[in-house]
Design a protein around this ligand. Sequence first.
Ligand code: TUI
Length: 310
Amino acid sequence: MKNVNELFNTKYPLIQGGMANVATAVLASAVSNAGGLGLIGAGGYDAEWVRTEIRKCKEMTDKPFGVNIMLMSPHAPAIAKVVVEEQVKVVTTGAGSPGIYMESWKKAGIIVIPVVPSVALAIRMERAGADAVVAEGTESGGHIGELTTMALIPQIVDAIKIPVIAAGGIADKRGVLAAFALGAKGVQVGTVLLATVECPIHENYKKKVIDARDTDTVVTGRGTGAPVRVLKNKMAVEYLSMSNQGVPLAELEKLTLGSLRRAVFDGNMDTGSFMAGQISGLVKEIRTVKAVLESLFDGVNQYKDQLEVM
Ligand code: TUI
């Protein structure tokens, strides 16, 4: 089995999370230039936005990068075509099963890495031709599954032959080593990259991550089929209280409509959705992307022979 950094042609076996509205060409190129695999997060944007970001990213780095497609987006089918046309090297997917696109992506020579929250989906994706999976624990920010990273990774590792990349709760080298010890061949990180110089989000968002303690995330939307982990604020607390009182979904959705954009672009502390993982409490300063990646893998090579990852 190829190591994940050989599969990507990167220095580190690391993927950046496909964070919607956050993961632009600016962040993706910074991660790729620092030795990881940067991703453009298509999020809710349309196909032409994605095409433009891909072209910008090609200008900003000569290293490999990928695109994350959020499958709940109505633009996903058109974006699935754009990644082929633009000869994107790697595609990751989230919030659904990419089965219907797999054949066209494989034909185009794209490395396909679905994000999965369960063993069943990991097995389905391996059968459908995925090159690797990102197994994402419920510690993660944004849209999440039920299982923790600790429980999910070894179960998926035992169920499939393709490489497993661990996500959820990883923000320093202890997390990286733990993921490798569980059998993962690489890691995906998101939260720790929010607190970087290059991350193109409002300063209030970065400050909120840095100020967060271990217990400061909550999960909204558990009743909607699309639970989302965010940092606690007025909006999240109101949402949970209204949801507990049985307020109908349509009412609740009025509260969350446009809330991620209010966090990312306006830094609105009261009404924004500050998506971030449980590991926010470990993130204490704003660093460059390069410094973050170096610290994640600092000394990890020492364990190369035992872990057979890099
Ligand atoms: O997708 C993510 N994280 C995200 S997407 C996102 S944008 C958004 N905003 C508001 C509401 C919903 C989405 C913010 N964060 N992570 C990957 C991920 N995929 N987590 C969980 C899943 C997942 C869940 C169910 C993947 C597949 C799946 O299976 C469905 C099926 O068809 O079997």
